[in-house]
Design a protein around this ligand. Structure first.
Ligand code: PNS
Length: 162
């Protein structure tokens, strides 16, 4: 059987311990995993694409078979360009399911040969999201244990810059 290349797409603004948990699970399942940061976010991000890529690279440094990249436009076009066979997405709770199902089915309509694989992160991360991390940090709360220390340090720099 040929090697399976999967893409784990997302905004990663910023990366959380939940994302890292999923990367670890995904890299054990697939031969190659590309973590792909979406460049054309609709909303104003907290971190630039370059910063998000840097954080992902730092967090996955030395981890075999994981690479970090960026993409714009349709995910299926990017997947085709990379010759990927699968899309990896995480489902934390029932509330994620509807959105994820809709995306998976739409991506299948656009590219029937591409499978979406859902993995469940560790229970301890089921309530962690980038949106809540941004909000908690900006309102002065602690995000310790929710994001890797390198992200905590970057968040502190953001506040100093303001
Ligand atoms: O982490 P997120 O923000 O929930 O990730 C969403 C993402 C990047 C996977 C999704 O918005 C996406 O794939 N965007 C690329 C544009 C695209 O292909 N849209 C159609 C999806 S059915």
């Amino acid at each position: 059987m040929s090697d399976i290349l999967a893409i784990y797409p997302g905004s990663f603004d910023p990366i959380t311990n939940g994302h890292l948990d999923l990367i670890e699970r995904g890299r054990r399942l697939f031969d190659q995993l590309i973590v792909a940061v979406l460049t054309n976010l609709e909303k104003q991000p907290l971190f630039t694409v370059a910063e998000r890529v840097e954080m992902l690279q730092e967090a996955t440094r030395g981890v075999a078979n994981v690479t970090v990249d960026t993409f714009g436009g349709l995910l299926v076009d990017y997947a085709r360009q990379k010759n990927a066979q699968a899309i990896l997405r995480g489902i934390r709770a029932f509330t994620d399911y509807e959105y994820e199902l809709q995306m998976a089915l739409m991506n299948r309509k656009l590219e029937p040969g591409l499978e979406t694989v859902f993995l469940v992160p560790a229970e301890s991360y089921t309530y962690v999201s980038s949106r809540l991390v941004r909000e908690i940090y900006q309102l002065g709360g602690s995000v310790k244990g929710l994001v890797p220390p390198l992200v905590e340090a970057r968040l502190q720099q953001k506040v100093f810059v303001k």
